[in-house]
Design a protein around this ligand. Sequence first.
Ligand code: ARG
Length: 460
Amino acid sequence: MSQKMWAGRFTKEADERVNDFNSSIKFDARMYRQDITGSIAHAVMLGECGIIEKSESETIVKGLKEILSDIDSGKLQFDPNAEDIHMFVEAELTKRLGDTGKRLHTARSRNDQVALDVRMTLKDETREIIALLKKLTQTVTDIAKKHTLTIMPGYTHLQRAQPITFAHHLMAYANMFVRDLGRLKDAYDRTDTMPLGSGALAGTTYPIDRQRVCDLLGFAQITQNSLDGVSDRDFCCELCSALSILMMHLSRFSEEVILWCSWEFKFVELDDAYATGSSIMPQKKNPDVTELIRGKTGRVYGDLMTLLTMMKGIPLAYNKDMQEDKEAIFDAIDTVKLCLVTFDPMLATMKVLSENMRMAAAKGFINATDCADYLVKKGMPFRDAYKITGTLVHTCIEKGCTLETLELECYKELCDKFESDVFDAINLDTCVMQRKSEGGPAPERVKEQIEYVEKAIEKY
Ligand code: ARG
């Protein structure tokens, strides 16, 4: 086994089991690009500030670029025995450059290095997730545009409640996604802070230029306190929390798609490419994608809990516990990306069975509120109108008819304010068209919601 960097201080080699236990290369190797890019900026700054020779800085930069391209091309493989990606790159550089390579780590610690790498990685990943979510929001909005007149029952307690349109229902999710985009952007902005130069915890005596590294790496600002710079992982918790809320929304949406696919609803039909069959029941067409999204939501919540619990008892500054941040946040990122890239095309190819939605809307007395409102508009206090309508619904259930098919005499028997125009007032189309309050299901209002969402996502 190769000698440890700190061998001078020790009289024994590390136990094999400790080596394996300590190593994070399995999961931090994915940050190799960020690690090398960060090291290049650091080496440039060291040269410019006269901390190392200009020529050595140039040699280091060239060496690092070669390592990057060798990893990219597969020519250089990660050493599974390396402790982490930082040690691996430095050891490789020294192998290639000799003593010059050993100068790279001047005025730096792995503590500020790992903080930098994780921030850079999370910035890249957050940008990707934002792009995927923006695309999904557009897909939802595009489907909504086609269904501003598709009447369906709106539910409370999963009981048919009042008439809405499919577009109105979809735009509820689009609004949730707009807020998710905002949360991701907020998390991004706080992640966009450059910690290098914090050193192990107490900065450094070298005349470094932190702002220069910040500019070279395209960060918005530098961290303000070196202890905080190396020990802050709020940005991981914040991203994971935004991802958990996004998964909660995707999971609710998935649950509805699952219900809509059932024979009990049959509001939609999934494309064959996005459904699965059963190994025993030949008739089955299962919405596995949405069930998996619902299931994977728990995983992302678990990652958030891992991060919060990992951090809650750590004294300042760096402690090895913090190595646990990566598996949790990477798992959350990968899970969300996987869900987004699958859910989007599944939704885009889903067939909407408008007729069935309309049929469901025709049952369940979802126009009862409108019937009461009819009496209110004729001067009756709402509570009295509510009571009369309740009695009417009871009559309908006894007679096995609907409010639309109940004879006018039955209406008049209960209240002489009813005229034949009541049938117009409780007509489902009228009910939806008349719900013109801001945010409501009337087609012109839903069109406003569509415009709002399209404008809101433009900036991402
Ligand atoms: N692999 C470590 C991590 O992920 C890098 C930092 C190690 N620092 C240290 N002082 N042991 O956190």
